[in-house]
Design a protein around this ligand. Sequence first.
Ligand SMILES: Cc1cc2nc3c(=O)[nH]c(=O)nc-3n(C[C@H](O)[C@H](O)[C@H](O)COP(=O)(O)OP(=O)(O)OC[C@H]3O[C@@H](n4cnc5c(N)ncnc54)[C@H](O)[C@@H]3O)c2cc1C
Length: 387
Amino acid sequence: MNFQHTEEQELLIDTARRFVEEELYPHEQEVEATAQVTEDLRRQVIQKSLEIGLYAANMPEELGGGGLDPLTMCMLDRELGRANYALQYTVARPSNILQACVGEQRDKYLFPCIRGEKTDCLAMTEPGAGSDVRSMSCKAEKDRGDFIINGTKHFISHADVSDFVILFAATGVDNSPRGPRKRITAFLVDSGTPGYTIRPGYESVSHRGYHNCILEFDNCRVPDNQVLGEVDTGFEVANDWLGNTRLQVASICLGRCDRAFELACEYAASRTQFNQTIGKFQGVSFKLADMELKRRAAELITYQAGSRANNNQMSDMDAALAKLASTEALAFIADEAVQIYGGMGLMSDLPLERIWRDARVERIWEGTSEVQRLIISRSILRPLENQ
Ligand SMILES: Cc1cc2nc3c(=O)[nH]c(=O)nc-3n(C[C@H](O)[C@H](O)[C@H](O)COP(=O)(O)OP(=O)(O)OC[C@H]3O[C@@H](n4cnc5c(N)ncnc54)[C@H](O)[C@@H]3O)c2cc1C
């Protein structure tokens, strides 16, 4: 498989790198110190990324987006991933799942998101339903032409700056041979809808300035034209559109691997102890070799998944392998980079301690590393069990 950049990809990578260095890096310290991206800064970043065509790059051109294919999106996300998460997310993209919008939903949700006028968030997880998300208790009950929603979601990223939530709620139960199985429906619910409250979430070690929230639904009435996709097919809609989210996580992690690795190499080649640069000690240089091995392996696995996604051939296992490889490579590389810097590695004067803290969440969200291993091992074993 050839992952040589095309001319267009080179141009995009250069543009994104310049954007990250000129528009995002200068604000990193402030965001880390205040744990906030001010509304002014958020608007400014969105505006600049719209001007140079980086915003909504994942959305098809005919809908007004950048029309990048999945592999090229991996390359863009990798560049954006070098920056503080709260800042890079601001440029990131509307959720792919919004392409399931139909009729008036497109004017109300999809197009404003592509134009940078509205922001979505997505809510599945609950205090009692994490990896086993189908066990969710949040429910939506039919009441004439509406649904009445009751329940609580937690860990919902950036709901505090979102105009609406793509909410997953149970709309019934089927009896399956393995016991009761909930039917799930996706809804579009506007912030400010009576009965829908957004509360601040928990303080997190990762991603300062990027907040998780608790969403409470108390007899929240939503008309049935706010259903995304068909009733009872929420997970099918999610499966159709959200596979690339794991690729996005993998690619962002590659960008962080790059930045941590580059910093570690510079330091190993310049820091002197015992009258020689520390990179001359095998204890340090072999760390660099192992870091590069993991970085390249993660890059190849992620780009291979991206390339298969370009041909509509990316399997669940491909996406799981990419997420697992990149998030675990980042954990290793960030930790070893801190080690190479010694005490300075832990000081907030450098971006390394942040990359190290931020790396932790990547093995948890979008499906934990254990869940990725479950997907991969099932994909390996299932065909053999059916023989
Ligand atoms: C900062 C942050 C932001 C988030 N943003 C969002 C968001 O925007 N929207 C959203 O819906 N969710 C979001 N999440 C939720 C995230 O996807 C969940 O945290 C994740 O799916 C794990 O669920 P859990 O934390 O409840 O852990 P649990 O599912 O309770 O898992 C606990 C441990 O058990 C292990 N485990 C569970 N089941 C198995 C199994 N079958 N086999 C082996 N091991 C298993 C897990 O791997 C883990 O180690 C966010 C989470 C965080 C931390």
